[in-house]
Design a protein around this ligand. Sequence first.
Ligand code: 5GP
Length: 193
Amino acid sequence: MQLLEEKIKTDGIAVNEDILKVDSFINHKVDPFLMKEIGKDFAAHFADHGITKIVTIESSGIAPALTTAIEMGIPMVILKKQPSKVLNKNLYQTMVTSFTKGTSYELTLSAEQIDETDHVLIIDDFLANGEAATGAIRLLRKAHATVAGLGILIEKSFQPGRDKLKEQGIHVYSLARISKLAENYIEFIPEEV
Ligand code: 5GP
């Protein structure tokens, strides 16, 4: 997606060979106009996939997941990272290792929000090692839902996430694909036309 690539070039900060900082338009301050266009792109790409719900992981996936859900006219469900006192019965849970923090967290889904009738599109900000997406897929399988695909804003293609997911038969659609990062250097895989 041209617009997202341009934004990454102007406002993204390549911290080192592994980490891209996008705090000024995705992770901390959010660009709502960019999110709207991202929602339109995902909705157009996944239009004929029979999707019933959008699922995302809190917190950075919420904005693009919401605009996609609005475009597709379907609900969005947020997988929770924080334990909740009110969410306590009929829960599906799984442990996920965080790429950026180097720690683990428990991802939670209430059985009331997704069931076997759902065909789900997962949306997240980054794809690195594929841990977050694989955790989301494990929860959806526990809920007996099916996975239509994974929509990613920024894929770091030099990390193994995409291949791991493709091996599981998951359709991965990334709006921007980065082939190389270094301090103050970002290289993209050209968009397929
Ligand atoms: P994975 O689970 O695929 O290893 O990593 C994906 C998660 O880690 C994303 O949800 C995102 O929050 C975080 N992440 C991975 N790489 C980056 C990065 O380069 N920059 C930022 N800001 N977050 C990242």
